[in-house]
Design a binder for this molecule. Structure first.
Ligand code: NAP
Length: 127
C-alpha cells in the first residue's frame, strides 16, 4: 500500500464518502464490482440495468453490508427517456450527482475476427 502524508492513496485520491454515483450495467459482471467498490468507499449509488429483479436483490445486499443508500432503477441506456429518469432519480434521492460509471454494454469472449457478422450488427444497431 502506498502512503501519502499518513493516509492511503485510496483515502487521499478517492475520497467519495457521501458522494452520489450512478453505475450503469450493475446487474452483472464488472458493474457489480464497481458498485460494491463505491459502496465500500461510502458513496450512495443508483444502480441501473434492464434486469430490475437482479438490481433489487443486489441493492438489498449492498445496503445490508455497507452504511450507504442504494437505489435500483430499471434502465435501458439506449432509451433517452429512461436515461433521463435514471439521472433524475439520483438527484431526487441524494440531491446531487458526482460520479458516473458508464459501464453498460456487451462483452464477448470471442476474438473480433471470429465474431459472427450477425452479432456484430446487433451490437452496432441501437434498439
Ligand atoms: N469483461 C471484460 O473483460 C471487458 C473488457 C473490455 C470491456 N468491457 C466492457 O465492460 C462492460 C461490462 O462488461 P462485463 O464483462 O461486466 O459484461 P456483462 O457481465 O455482460 O455485463 C453487462 C452489463 O451491461 C448491462 N447492459 C447491457 N445492455 C444494456 C442496456 N441497453 N441498457 C442498460 N444496461 C445494459 C447488463 O445488464 P442488463 O442485461 O440487465 O441490462 C449488464 O449489467 C461492457 O461495456 C464491456 O464491453 C469488458
Amino acid at each position: 500500500m502506498v502512503i501519502f502524508l499518513g493516509k492511503s492513496v485510496t483515502e487521499t485520491c478517492f475520497n467519495v464518502s457521501g458522494q452520489t454515483a450512478i453505475v450503469t450495467g450493475a446487474s452483472s459482471g464488472l458493474g457489480m464490482l464497481y458498485a460494491e467498490t463505491l459502496a465500500d468507499l461510502g458513496a450512495n449509488i443508483v444502480i441501473a440495468a434492464r434486469r430490475y429483479d437482479r438490481l433489487v436483490k443486489f441493492a438489498d445486499e449492498l445496503t445490508k453490508k455497507y452504511a450507504v443508500k442504494v437505489v435500483p432503477v430499471e434502465t435501458d441506456v439506449t432509451k433517452e427517456e429512461q436515461v433521463i429518469r435514471m439521472v433524475q432519480t439520483a438527484i431526487d434521492n441524494f440531491g446531487s450527482l458526482e460520479i458516473l460509471v458508464n459501464n453498460a454494454g456487451v462483452a464477448s469472449v470471442l476474438p473480433s475476427v471470429s465474431m459472427p457478422v450477425k452479432i456484430g450488427k446487433k451490437w452496432l444497431t441501437p434498439t
